[in-house]
Design a protein around this ligand. Structure first.
Ligand code: GDP
Length: 454
């Protein structure tokens, strides 16, 4: 439900910073501006023009801060409502005081994502573009950012609009016959319907086929490093972490916390899983460390199995091989600076084998390229390529694809009511991606993962 009250929130991150921005959206935005903001120059706020002045607390007869203010009158604003932004100094106290003053003007504190939700409800952007805003903020690699910007620009929306148009055309033709129960579909119309629906089905198939790469671009991949003690896991890890800016995060809520170290290479975000366990392999908790590491195997998109290429293959190496069997494994032959002794059994166990020397860094670039090449085809970089990247979009399009499959089966029987039902089902699936057919519950779910002030 859309209640047209006026909302406000701090739109800059919490804490102290250079500037802090309080954003206001709704009918009262202009009133808030004229009540709290005193421009240095005479005259009130002019839409889309920055003014310099002070924010004034009339009740306490006090200047709260000097600030810039901009009013963006409806409909040319982020939400399509009147929007006011107050740019003050970025200390948390001053920003909080400005927000409190704004709220005292009959304005409500915005919920998470509510500005963007209003932009969607007012038709300025569709749901894929709203989600793209969230993706832009959360992007952790260049390719993720580029994909998000494409979505925000509406490439997916346009593609889906095209698919909708094909399905609507097919539906219109089918429905034209429904009122005439004795008529079968004419030959020309049959061909026209099948052509349109087939085209839609093919395009939906293409989009579904792009999901895996899109997901990888958006979320990155989870990589686990395994190997017997002294194979060189820590050395490899340290090299990867030192060469790339690493962000360390812990994910609570499992039986024990999992530590993730995120790095970025070749345009890909790589989450190195649970390396705390691996790091302890040199001391007494070695066994515990290894078993904890092995627990992570099913979570990994890729396992890097590190071997000491200068030593013979041992029962410990075999143990590791058994543990990762059936998973996507890249064999990393370490210590290639030393004479080679290792004979690995069965190359079919591995996607690929890469020689490295973790100590000197030899082969590390090649290793990174091989990892990236496995997940990114490079097609995702082309400007007009559309990739699905959210499970919500994939699920909705799978619903559409199922309806179109049934449509194909029902077509021969010429049961027009059933055919119309299939096409409507497919249209609903496609429409729920862009937000043409969604309920409040789904919107709550989507926008609650935004930050406040966005
Ligand atoms: P981990 O137990 O698997 O984590 O192995 P480490 O990374 O601690 O390495 C074990 C030993 O092998 C250390 O003494 C390292 O210095 C050595 N080592 C690691 N990588 C290389 C390498 O590429 N060449 C050589 N010659 N020694 C290495």
């Amino acid at each position: 439900m859309y209640i047209r009250d006026t909302i406000a929130a701090v739109s800059t991150p919490p804490g102290n910073g250079g500037i802090g921005i309080v954003r206001v959206s709704g009918d009262r935005a202009a009133l808030v501006g004229s009540t709290l903001f005193k421009p240095i120059k005479n005259g009130g706020l002019v839409s889309h023009r920055f003014s310099f002045g002070t924010i004034y607390d009339t009740e306490h007869d006090q200047i709260v801060d000097e600030a810039m203010a901009v009013l963006m009158c409806s409909p040319h604003s982020y939400t399509r409502e009147d929007v006011l932004e107050l740019h003050c100094h970025g200390g948390w106290l001053v920003v909080e005081r400005v927000l409190a003053l704004v709220l005292s003007c009959g304005v409500r504190l915005a919920e998470a994502g509510e500005f963007t939700r209003r932009a969607f409800l007012n038709g300025r952007i569709d749901l894929t573009q709203a989600e793209a805003v969230m993706d832009i903020i959360a992007s952790e690699s260049d390719s993720a950012l580029q994909l998000a910007q494409q979505l925000r620009g509406g490439v997916l929306s346009q593609r889906l609009d095209g698919i909708r148009a094909l399905l609507l055309h097919g539906l219109a033709l089918v429905e034209a016959y429904i009122d005439f129960p004795d008529d079968d579909l004419g030959h020309l119309d049959s061909v026209a319907i099948l052509t349109a629906v087939d085209d839609a089905r093919r395009q939906i198939g293409d989009l579904l086929g792009s999901f895996e790469e899109g997901r990888v671009i958006r979320e990155g991949i989870a990589v686990l490093i395994v190997g017997k003690p002294n194979a060189g896991k820590s050395s490899l890890l340290n090299r990867l972490l030192n060469e790339n800016r690493a962000i360390v995060t812990s994910i609570p809520g499992t039986t024990r916390d999992i530590i993730e170290q995120k790095i970025n290479f070749e345009g890909l975000t790589v989450r190195l899983l649970d390396t705390a366990g691996i790091r302890h392999t040199e001391d007494l908790v070695e066994r515990e460390g290894i078993s904890r590491t092995l627990e992570q195997i099913p979570r990994a998109d890729l396992v890097l199995a590190v071997f000491d290429a200068s030593a013979d293959f041992t029962a410990e190496d075999q143990l590791i091989l058994d543990a990762v069997s059936g998973r996507p494994v890249l064999a990393v032959m370490n210590k290639c600076d030393l004479p080679r002794r290792l004979q690995l059994p069965g190359s079919e166990l591995f996607l690929d084998t890469v020689d490295i020397a973790a100590l000197s860094g030899a082969g590390i670039d090649l290793l990174k390229q091989r990892v990236a090449a496995r997940f990114l085809t490079g097609r995702g970089d082309s400007r007009d390529r559309v990739a699905l990247s959210r499970a919500r979009h994939r699920d909705a399009l799978e619903v559409a694809a199922r309806h179109l499959a049934t449509f194909g089966e029902n077509f021969g029987e010429q049961n027009l009511e059933l055919l119309a039902l299939d096409l409507r089902g497919a249209l609903e699936g496609v429409g729920s991606v862009t937000g043409q057919a969604v309920n409040d519950e789904l919107l709550d779910l989507i926008f609650s993962s935004f930050c406040i002030g966005k």
